[in-house]
Ligand binder design. Structure first.
Ligand SMILES: [Zn+2]
Length: 136
């Protein structure tokens, strides 16, 4: 890992343009509308992709926070119950803070890794690694 880290550091120092581009990261937002007794998020997969997270991980988080059940349907997420778009985006913001943005440098260039049964968020920009809470 040591070797890989310094390799990455080298790589990043040679790519100032790319780093600049990444610092312009814009937090994606859910679009949401109510259909009958459900809430539909038509751009759910796009948001998960922009955050580079497994849609199922984000779905699990959002369902738990909203105390409801959700299902993926194509690119959309269908949630049981009526939820306001603003509220869902607040929860998305919390998710990003906990599972996407580096706790040290706040960059979004992170990935989730499992190590010894604990989930960590590893930052590709600064190399920081912080444990994250599991979603039950
Ligand atoms: Zn970092």
């Amino acid at each position: 890992m040591e070797k890989y880290d310094s390799m990455l550091d080298n790589l990043y120092s040679k790519l100032p343009e790319k780093a600049k581009e990444k610092s312009r990261f814009k937090m994606p937002e859910f679009q949401a509308f109510i259909e009958g007794t459900s809430t539909i998020i038509p751009n759910f997969i796009d948001v998960a992709t922009a955050l580079r997270r497994d849609p199922k991980h984000l779905m699990k988080y959002l369902s738990k926070e909203s105390a409801t059940m959700s299902t993926l349907s194509g690119k959309r997420l269908v949630m049981k119950g009526k939820f306001r778009e603003r509220l869902l985006n607040e929860r998305l913001g919390k998710y990003a803070k906990e599972y996407v943005l580096c706790k040290e440098c706040s960059k979004p260039d992170t990935s989730l890794i499992m190590q010894d049964g604990t989930q960590f968020m590893r930052c590709e920009a600064c190399g920081a690694r912080s444990p994250v809470a599991g979603i039950k």
